[in-house]
Structure formats: structure tokens, C-alpha cells
Design a protein around this ligand. Sequence first.
Ligand code: PEP
Ligand code: MG
Length: 755
Amino acid sequence: MNAVSAGGPRLLLRRLHEAMAGPGSAQQRLDYITRIIAANLVAEVCSVYVARRGDVLELYSTEGLSAEAVHLTQLKFGEGLIGTIAASAEVLNLTEAASHPKFVYRPETHEEIYHSFLGVPILHGGRVIGVLAVQNRTERHYAQEEVEALQTISMVLAEMVGSGDLIDPEELSDGESVRRQPHRRQGMSLSEGIAFGTVVLHEPRIHVDKLIAEDAEQERRRLSKGISELRTTIEGMLSSPAMAFDGEHREVLEAYKMFAYDVGWSRRLEEAVDSGLTAEAAVERIQSEDRSRMDRVEDPYLRERLHDLEDLAHRLLRHLTGRAGTAAHNNLPEDAIVVARAMGPAELLDYDRKRLRGVALEEGAPTSHVAIVARALDLPLVGRVDGLLERADEGDHMVIDGDTGQVIIQPSEEVVAAYSESMKLRAAKQAEYAAHRTEKAVTRDGVEISLQMNAGLLVDLPHLEETGADGIGLFRTELQFMVSATLPRLQVQADLYSAVLDAAADRPVVFRTLDIGSDKVVPYIRRTKEENPALGWRAVRLALDRPALLRYQIRALLMAAAGRQLNFMFPMVTDVSEFLAARAMLDKEVDRFERLGRDLPARTRVGCMLEVPALAWQLKNLLPHLDFVSIGSNDLIQFLFAWDRNNPRIANRYEVLSPMVLSFMRDIIIKCDAAGVPVSLCGEMSGHPVEAMALIGLGLRTLSMAASSLGPVKMMIRRLDAGELASHLPGLMESQNRSVREELCGFAEAHGVPI
Ligand code: PEP
Ligand code: MG
């Protein structure tokens, strides 16, 4: 029979709790508690160390060691066995203490006669505020049950130390030396930009104050209700339509579900409640046990599952405490960096943008909806940061480097200074761009370029004024569908389009009809797995096969643009017949509006995106039907080179500025010009100054790009002599090189054009 069960853990906890609330000074009560623990664990020594400011562990009470050592013996975090426990927040269970490499001997304690040692951290709100240790003369190994008993007891001490009775909370260590270690983690850039601020956990950790149960039966009932509510919530999330096809997020939820129904997990929780803890304290106990297990697991898959378990415990705590919301409506610091495992777009939009500096996620992909929204908000976002939640804590400082995809937790002053410098440079540039906001983008030789912006959500619209864009050259209508959990109804669609037209006032807006499929996943449209989704059932192909979607969208557009000009275009058209079929749907809807006597747009212009190379050889037949052409260079170049635009392994493999691409673009521009059909370009290419410069040299006069690119491109244009560049280009197009980037950069440098 082992030592702990002698009095039974419940009985022990009750006695400790009574002692805590009993008479005498805090120090007297602590000394009494120390004696009870020693007696109950049949240990010759029991010592309590409290972590004071400056990360010093001070012996506060002891049974067995020399009384003179109390308030005299001090160890730094990381020093000796006690300091090692504090620094790692882990248990140390040793048969022979002196053989541990970190052992240090303090003569005033007279501890040389003790061999075995068991110490556990005293944790409060996720912070180490002390260490509890027992020692024995014999070389014994403490059993797992004894370790667990000591951990439970340490929670009682946490309550006492944390209450401020024993020590002024201001005097307690804030774990500086442990947390101040700067820590850099590599993730993936999902939205560019740099941010520095204070960590806010999207799902706040709950601090459990009441640890000891007054009514064990009631705690058992609360736990079982909490678990069953948790199961219902997870089932509900799994069956929501938004979850139907969201692969990654669904997998996580499936894992949650598995654990939520795991009998082993609920049994361990019940046992912790049986030992006398409140339901919340039981969850915290099991969670800290799992956390220490997690640190020892190397296998990435298992670690991931233990992570899931940790998340699940957080969720259960939130059910038990009734605090279910995210941090969005809490008191946010002025410089919040939101940290989460995963996040939906609507959850991100819930935060006050004025206080939000950046976001870091453990999950996420470039095409995830949260990334799309972050880019629209111009908010730096780094995703796929492994182990982020293990490292980052509420209130930590953090740098988000959305350019290189790194996060730095508790950065050093030098690192902050370096980033502040680059943030200042960026801000200065932005101010310079803003100062030129109202000026036209005219080249030195008088060629006027229309600079427009790409948009897709309401949050994009303020950028129109901020950048001084001439209009919206590409409104990606699918984004509204992608960030919505259910299919947006006709009126909801029309309201968005109408708001866009209102915001643009007399500036033109080009709406692109739904471009879904491939990487643009819409949760409520059931899809079958495709071998090559980018070449598959997407965009106008899907719209023609499922005409109701396109028909409703056209209706919404006609409603929103009543009495105003409507410009719209179809994506991914591959041959003329597809364009004509889509166009026929528009004509049918216009006829219907006329029949019903409804107001129509004052003028409707219909264009086509040029994204499939095959269409470039059909321009002769296509152009007579068109009001304008918009080159979608992202897809066009992807298909031209057979070059997956979303595959990071081949991201830099081919060159956009190759003689082939330039000649290809030139031919398209010449054909459109000859037919008198306006042509523009709305892919990423127009947002990079060197590429934009080349396009202007080839004869393009309208470019549409991300709002943040407008400033740099305009600065380039205002220093460019378009005529001189145009005469320089034919020579470059004859080049045998695979890239003419260097030559173009050389031209810019020689002519003082900022790129
Ligand atoms: C393009 O392909 O260039 C384009 C603008 O469309 P998207 O990036 O939305 O596919
Ligand atoms: Mg495209």
C-alpha cells in the first residue's frame, strides 16, 4: 500500500483546506500545512519555495530541513533541483538527488542525509509561483500516485500563495527569466507586413481560482454536464454546413470528437474530482499532466493529438465556467497580436481593427478564408507556426514578420529596434504614397495610366479613398460566398454590390461573376474530388452547368446597378461558345427585368477575362462580342508554363519577365487595340513595379492591383518615360535569355525609375 492512500487524498485535501482557512498568521498556517503534507506522504522533509520578483525561489516553510534556512535559502530559476523545476515547470522524481547534474548543496539546510527527492511546480494561472518538494533518507522511487497527490496538493498551495495572504502579489515572480528568452519560429507568410505588439489569445485561457470542492457530489454532476455539453457543441460544429468541406478544420474537430467520447479521458477527470477537486481544478490537473507528457513525446502525430486534447480541455473549462466567447469583445490592448490555433474569417472581422496589429496561427493556408480577409484588412498574418500555443502566452510581446513568415516571441530589444526601423521606413513610404494619392499616374512623357484596385469584401472599400484608385478593376464576387457559412441570398448579394457601387460613386467597378472551384472552396456546394482542380470544374464551367447560381448573381447585379453603369466579366472562359452561352444568360435576365417593368442599369458593359492561353488564339472571333478584356495573369501564366500557382516547391521556378511572356502579352494587346476593345490586366503582375513597367512598355494603359501596390506603382510611373521604354523593349524580346528582369531593372536604374 502506498503512502498517499493512508489518509485518502480527499481527506488530505479537506484537512489542508481547513488548515488554510484556520486561525493563525499566514506563515503559521503554511508551516502547519507543510507538516500535514510530510506526515501524509510519509516524507521526512517537506519544503515550500515561493518564487519572488527577480525569479528567486525563497524557502518559505520546511518540515525536516533546518529551520534557520527558512527565508534565508534562495535559488535562482534554473539553479539546483528546485530552480530546475521552476524553470521547466516540470516534475522531478529522483531516487538519488545528489546524482542529478543540477544538484547544488546548501549547507544551511543540512539536507545531505536525504537521498530521494520529489518536487513539483506550484502553478497559478499558467505561471510558476513556487515549488513544493518532499525528501526521504532512503533511496526510494516515488510512485505515480504520490506524484499526482503532490501535484494536487500544490494546487492548494497555489491557491494560498496566489491569494496574497502569504506574500504581496506584487512581490511574486512574473516568470521573467523563463519567459524572456526570445524565441523565433518559422511559419508561412499568409499576409504581408510587419507588426509588433502584445499577445492576446483568441480563446482566452481560463484561470481557475476555486480548487477544493465543497460538495463533491455537486462537482461530479457539474463535470458530467460540462462533458455532455462539450460533446453536443462539437457534434453541432461538425454537422454545420460550413464544416462540410473544410478539410483541415474538420480533421481537428473529428479528433476533438474522438477525445470527447474517450472513456479514459473522462475517467481521469472523474477520478480527479473524486480526489476532492472542483470540476475546473480537475480539468486543470489533467491538463497539466498531459502537458508534461506532451513535452516528452517526439512523434509529431502524437504531439498533435495531445495538442487536440489540450484544446479540448480548454473548451471544457469554458463550458464549466460559462465563459464561451473569444477575446474579440474583451478589453484589447492597443497593440493586440491575436494568437490562435485556427480562426474563421468572421471571427477575425469581429475584432476592433484599430487595436489589432497582426495575427499568428498554428494552422492556415494562403487560400484560407482567414488569410483572404487578413489581406483585405492589410493585416500581417503568419500561419502554420508549429507549437505556437505552447510557447506564446497572454501578455507576451511578439513580432509578426509577414514578409518572411516568422514570429518572434519575447523578442530582444535589438530585434524590436531592427523591426521598428523597418516599420518606420514602411510608414514613411506609405505617407509618401498617401501624399501623391490625388495625383494622376502620368509618365514623364505624358502617358496617363489608369490605376485601379482589386477588391472583394466590404472591408476593401475604404482603400478606394486611401489609395486614390481610379476604380475597381476586379471585384472578386466569390469572396462573399467563401466567407459565408451559407449561400448568400439574392438580396444579400445585391446589398453588397450596391454598397460597392455607392462607395465607388462615379468611379468604374468591374464585377467578376463567381469564380469558384479549384482553390476557391465554397462550403455549401458539394464537390467531388478532382485530379486537377485548377483545370477542372470551376468558374464559368461550373456556372454554365449550374445555371441557377449565375442567374441569381446576374439578377443581384442588375438590381444593385439599376440606373447606374454595370460592368461585368466572366472568369476562365476557354472558348467563344462559353462566352456566348454566359452572355445569353445575361440577355435572358435583362429581358425578364424588362417584362416585369423593373429598372435596369443605365448602361451595361460585358467583358471577358483572358486566363486560358487557348483564348488568346480566338481573339479574332471573340473580340467583336466584347466591351473589354481583362487579362488574368495569375491563371494565364499558370497555364502557359503548366506552373501550379499554389505550389510552394516550384514558386520561383519560372520567370514572368521572360521574352516569351512579354511577346505573348504584346500580341494580345496589339489584337485588342486593333479591334478597339479596351484591355487591362488584373493579376498580381500589375502590382509589382518592374512587371508593371514592362506592361506599360508593351502598351497597357489600365492596371488593376491589390490596394497596397498602388502607391509603389504610381511612384514608378511618374518617373518613367514610356516612349523610351517602348523602344527599348523589342530588343529585349529578341533575347535568348530565360529572363529579362535584370535588363529591365538596369533600365529603371539608369533612368531613375524607382522600382
Ligand atoms: C487571375 O487569375 O489573374 C485573376 C485575377 O484571378 P484570380 O487570382 O482570382 O484567380
Ligand atoms: Mg484567375
